[in-house]
Design a protein around this ligand. Sequence first.
Ligand code: 3PG
Length: 470
Amino acid sequence: MKKYTLGMIGLGTMGRNLLLNMADHGFSVTGYDKDPKMLKTLEEVGQKHNLKGFSSLEDFIQSLELPRRIVLLVPAGAIVDSVIKELEPLLDQGDIIIDSGNSHFTDTSRRATELSKKGLHFFGMGISGGEEGARFGPSMMPGGDKTAYAAMKDILEAIAAKVNGEPCVTYIGPGASGHFVKMVHNGIEYAMMQLLAESYDIMKNGLGYSNEQIQQLFDKWNKGRLQSFLMEVTASIFTFVDEKTGNLMVDMVKDEAKSKGTGKWTSQVSMDLQLPIPTINEAVSSRDLSKFKKLRVALAEAFPHEINIPENHQEFEAQMEQALYFAMISSYAQGLHLLWQASNTYSYELDLQEIAKIWRGGCIIRAELLEDIYQAYKANPALEHLYMDANIQDKLSETISGLRKIMNVAVNNGLPVTAFASTLTYFDSLRTKNLPSNLIQAQRDFFGAHTFERTDEEGIFHAIWNQITL
Ligand code: 3PG
């Protein structure tokens, strides 16, 4: 009986498209889904490759060659655990389970430990690129068991997006590092999306631009150094007409942003690791704030604000381009700094050069400027922070004035630019030699006897502040 090289559990759009991608590359693959409709769709779209799926988990498992390679593409959370539970009694030692959903990295660590005790290989793999990426070339972030990765390497390299002929996949590191890196990828994605949304707001409510003008500016930026998948998507949103009303669809969409959690997890972890990523945090908070529509409407009436934007729009557009460029670099810088810290804390052995490299294609945060970021880590793989690279420093110095000017105008006109603002203050804090944190320490010691360190002497000190001030 013919045995398949790989089996997919979960034949929704992502799972199905990944299977089609594998079949295109000559791999003999199959799938399992409880839902007969999903199996039917797989057969229909996979006719060329004679793709077939199973509705019986037992038959599906028996159809796979040993060691079995089983990819899970099911919703993150409890469903992953229940699928694993169903699978366990049917598997043999040495079989490999790859969780490709957006699982929380702590779940992945737990599952890997539990399954390794049972002789099963488990690894978590982040996949980015959406439906299109899954079908024609995603960026993939597999981490965990190295033996398991070796058994998957050829398939993953074949189906991944390619940049200069190099696949956008690499072994990320041990443990749950694959899912951790994907989570941070999404955090950066949140920041980039928020920055683009704030730029849209400045154009629409500040400059008074029409949708057509907005589309043209995004499109223009996408042809320059700001070229990115998200910029391209954003520009094309402003061409999509709603058939029902004849208006642009973007004007018919409620201004309340949802999320599935990966951005929030990135912020939560950054707090745990005490590694600031304010642009990403603001992007998460801004989505949450947007949900208070009723409150916003009431407050908009209570606090009306006049808009008075500079007349020279051409100059202003150039400054906006600089501001976006500066803030986009900073979003990657914060995410990569978090990875640097996580790598130390969790012993993930992350190679930031490789990570920047595989983000250059296939994934949602792919962008022209990742080439410079990749070159920065290539020149110095131990780089602590992207801001320390000489080439990046030149680019920051060249564009900072644009960000300051945009901030000035936005603040004076009451336009909410949370991501731009936090980027600027993050940068200004990091390039400040003496922060006022000495005062924080003094305050803590004053009212809580929390002690402090001195500038002129080693050791831990406490002062009787009351007596000194009296
Ligand atoms: C995804 O992983 O599907 C998205 O990149 C992030 O999703 P969200 O915006 O719904 O959190």
